[in-house]
Design a protein around this ligand. Structure first.
Ligand SMILES: Cc1ncc(COP(=O)(O)O)c(C=O)c1O
Length: 388
């Protein structure tokens, strides 16, 4: 076993940036309850509001009050779907439209509403993972309550054309939500340009702490709290403020915004180097996801004749950390629902690896992975009974 360590699983989570870590260690002293009226409480609150402004700045939200803090992407997505449950039970609109390639926290929320009697449509995607806008147009109507389409896919990196979708959704008078968890901090995101009513964010995907995230709520869009209690977060989400997480999120967002362009340039060059290196050293591979409308850090590759878990474990023995799809689905032997939706067959979907790069990835790391992947695939293929 090599003692070299290459982390290429940044879509699963990212390490804390040293600046954020240092800030959070200092922030451990900020213990006052940010709802307390005394001076220490007011000071804690004012720092939280500063962090809110930083997060709002990263997504182009002009009014920071339109952002609330949650425990992460899963909670933000669940909050939107729970809101629709309350609205749909009472109102004339009940239709939910989402896609087949969403993260399980959206898919399972949509399935929950379906079980509760809401009509739910799961939109197909094309071979690149792009939502079919003609299908969206057919699916929405006067009965549609919510359309939820993720901005960027966690497994294949495809970035949707949300602006075009928003025009269709808003013309039908429905609410429009996007799960921006994988996009925020990686590509420019502007809630007004995208035309969304709600957007989900998660801090641990952008070099901040885990257990903290956010939800953008356009003015006028309804929101029912998932957690009821005190008046925190304008009554949208009760519970004592998570000072430490929020301050870490604020700084991570500020740094991500300042470095968005340099980050994008750096990781997309590394991604192309990895893609081309794999294509040159391994025959018969398939690169999944959209060729251009894709996250700069995400490369999903199918290796026919090899099994994903075996590739993952062989790479792990060389100190290379990747994933077979989403970390949330790992442990399950089901082929990726995202790849299946793009038309990749179950066998090929089983032989797929997600390489997700980050701000600490180097050319050396990429070259090391390229040098190891060829022999690993050749060995696994030589033992395989799968024809390819
Ligand atoms: C697209 C997407 N949505 C939601 C989540 C869940 O976010 P969190 O871990 O903050 O709950 C993830 C995490 O993997 C994700 O990739």
């Amino acid at each position: 076993m090599e003692d070299r360590f290459v982390y290429m699983d940044y879509n699963a989570t990212t390490p804390l940036r040293p600046e954020v870590k240092a800030e959070m260690i200092a922030d451990l002293e900020v213990y006052a309850n940010a709802s307390s009226m005394h001076e220490a409480g007011r000071r804690a609150r004012s720092r939280i509001e500063g962090a809110r402004a930083s997060v709002a700045g990263l997504i182009g939200a002009k009014d920071p009050e339109r952002v609330i803090f949650t425990s992460g992407g899963s909670e933000s997505n669940n909050t939107v779907f729970a809101t629709m449950f309350h609205l749909g039970r009472k109102g004339p609109r009940r239709g939910i439209v989402t896609t087949r390639i969403e993260h399980p926290c959206v898919l399972n929320s949509a399935k929950w509403l379906e079980e509760e009697g809401f009509p739910v449509t799961f939109l197909d995607v094309d071979e690149y993972g792009m939502v079919r806008l003609d299908q969206l147009r057919d699916a929405v109507g006067p009965g549609t309550l919510l359309v939820s389409i993720m901005l960027a896919n966690n497994e294949i990196g495809t970035v949707q054309n949300l602006r075009a979708a928003a025009d269709i959704v808003k013309a039908a008078g429905a609410w429009f939500h996007t799960d921006g968890t994988q996009a925020v901090g990686k590509i420019p995101v502007d809630v007004d340009a995208l035309g969304v009513d709600y957007m989900t964010m998660s801090c641990h995907k952008l070099y901040g702490p885990k257990g903290i995230g956010g939800l953008y709520i356009r003015e006028g869009a309804p929101l029912a709290p998932l957690i009821r209690g005190g008046h925190q977060e304008q009554g949208h989400r009760a519970g004592t403020y998570n000072n430490l997480g929020i301050l870490g999120f604020g700084l991570a967002a500020e740094l991500a915004r300042a470095e968005l362009e340099s980050y994008g340039k750096k990781v997309s060059a590394l991604r192309l180097r990895l893609r081309d290196g794999i294509l040159a050293s391994v025959p018969k591979v398939r690169v999944n996801g959209h060729p251009t409308s894709v996250l700069p850090n995400t490369l999903n590759v199918s290796f026919p004749g090899a099994e994903g878990e075996a590739i993952l474990l062989s790479l792990d023995l060389e100190g290379i950390r990747v994933s077979t799809g989403s970390a949330c689905a790992s442990g399950s032997l089901e082929p990726s629902h995202v790849l299946l939706a793009t038309g990749v067959g179950p066998e090929l979907a089983h032989g797929s690896i997600r390489f997700s790069l980050g701000r600490d990835t180097t050319e050396n790391d990429v070259d090391y992975v390229i040098s190891k992947i060829g022999p690993i695939i050749a060995r696994l293929r030589s033992m395989s009974t799968i024809a390819f």
